[in-house]
Ligand binder design. Structure first.
Ligand code: SF4
Ligand code: SF4
Length: 440
């Protein structure tokens, strides 16, 4: 067994709570009667619609595009008729522009055609990644083709695949690595061709020994001198899966403040994004479905579901037999970085990794109090920031003065808020400070 690595500063150990779904195989959910596809699923400009109301679309047909600026096209997750071009509920905003498809359950299934990519150039592969609408599906939704085309003066020599999955409850990447290790590893090889790098390390936390074994076996058989792919086991520590922490843990390189990983010669991709790249290149399949962990004490039947993008949470709840009486809070994403939702018509997007149905004993509803200056949040912050000062300044109506405490370096991991004995909403303070400081 290789020695376990981790990042040197800060971090916390929230209860893992992955046992409800870690051993459940990925299950394909039947396509609901309607899909609600939000037009702005990636960082950058939202798509403009390329179809009209009442148009018939086939599975995988393009329904949206970004003509100018950062963005990727959007595809129909299933065949059907465009029922509406309007707005839908959104996990973070009240509503967002969307396209509604009335699904045609009688349409013929799309037959995948296998392509040989080994003779394709990196440039052609990059075009395929863009055309398939691939974005970072384990994170904020940054367009992948842009990340795989770093500035020319950033010489990339290392690809890191992120299989840490350090957020409690979530097991979607775990199951992806266990059940589709070949797709993930071959996806890594495609990315290496695009970047022109020879080395890839796949970081997986040691609480997923079966995934480490499965990935290690495939990586060893795939690896060569020109394509060196290996698994690197990691200590279990949150937020191990954040880019800067993963890079420092595995390569020892420290990404400077406000810089991108490419500044230290590294590109990071999530394991499920690598699998989506494999599907896009080998089967010409756009990104329009994904694995989502449904867990928590408030859902009748926890699951790792393969769902179409645009599937509403209410349809997932119905498929899984409804919610339990003790349900108190629904979170889209993990408990550390996710967002509470109250409207079950919110649809799954390309970046949805989980929907959690939490009961009273799974949430902490203690009201927050004054900062007692214990300093625990400073010790927990993996970026070495000063969350307590940010909170104190925000409460004193001086949010604009928080930049010296590192507010713009904060990636909202929630470690500080998790550890705070006064239960202070430090991430909310940071978000408010960022908003006000930017305005200033
Ligand atoms: S949320 Fe921000 S301030 Fe708090 S621990 Fe994470 S990076 Fe540090
Ligand atoms: S952990 Fe909470 S109480 Fe302690 S210094 Fe930080 S904000 Fe204040």
């Amino acid at each position: 067994m290789k020695s376990l690595l981790t990042f040197p500063k800060g971090g916390v150990h929230p209860p893992e709570k992955k046992d409800q779904t870690a051993s459940l195989p990925i299950e394909r959910m039947p396509v609901p009667d309607e899909l609600e596809i939000i037009l702005g699923q990636h960082i950058g400009a939202p798509c403009t619609v390329t179809v009209n109301k009442r148009d018939e679309v086939t599975e995988g047909a393009q329904i949206g595009e970004v003509k100018r600026g950062l963005g990727v096209p959007l595809h129909a997750p299933a065949a059907g008729k465009i029922k509406a071009i309007g707005t839908s509920a959104h996990p973070m905003r009240v509503s967002a522009p969307s396209v509604t498809i009335a699904v045609d359950h009688e349409a013929a299934a799309v037959e995948p055609h296998k392509q040989d990519w080994t003779s394709m150039s990196g440039k052609d592969l990059l075009t395929k990644v863009h055309e398939a609408g691939i974005i970072g599906i384990g994170g904020a939704g940054f367009p992948t083709h842009v990340k795989l085309n770093p500035p020319a003066d950033n010489k990339i020599d290392l690809l890191l695949l992120n299989g840490a999955e350090c957020e409690p409850y979530i097991t979607a990447d775990h199951r992806q690595m266990l059940e589709h290790a070949e797709s993930v590893v071959e996806g890594a090889a495609i990315i290496m061709r695009i970047l022109g790098v020879k080395q890839c390390r796949i970081g997986i936390e040691q609480n997923k020994p079966d995934a480490i074994a499965a990935m290690d076996k495939v990586a060893s058989s795939f690896s060569s001198a020109e394509c060196d792919i290996a698994v690197q086991p990691l200590e279990v520590k949150y937020p191990q899966g954040s880019e800067k922490q993963l890079i420092q843990a595995i390569s020892g390189r420290k990404v400077p403040a406000m810089a991108l990983p490419s500044a230290v010669g590294v590109v990071v991709q999530n394991v499920s994004t690598a699998s989506a790249i494999f599907d896009a290149v080998v089967y010409e399949k756009p990104l329009y479905e994904k694995v989502v962990t449904i867990s928590g004490g408030g859902i009748n039947k926890p699951a790792n579901l393969l769902v179409k993008v645009g599937t509403r949470v209410e349809d997932i709840v119905e498929y899984l037999g409804g919610v339990k009486p003790g349900l108190k809070k629904i979170i889209m994403g993990g408990p550390m970085m996710g967002f509470a939702i109250s409207d079950l018509s919110v649809p799954v997007t390309k970046t949805t990794s989980s929907v959690l149905f939490l009961t009273e004993d799974e949430i902490d509803s203690t009201p927050h109090s004054q900062c007692i200056r214990c300093g625990w949040c400073l010790d927990a912050c993996p970026m070495g920031l000063e969350p307590k000062e940010i909170g104190i300044y925000v409460e004193a109506n001086r949010a604009e003065d928080t930049e010296p405490f590192g507010v713009f370096e904060c990636f909202e991991c929630g470690s500080c808020a998790y550890i705070c004995p006064a239960k202070r909403p430090l991430v909310q303070f940071v978000r408010l400070a960022k908003m006000k400081a930017k305005r200033q």
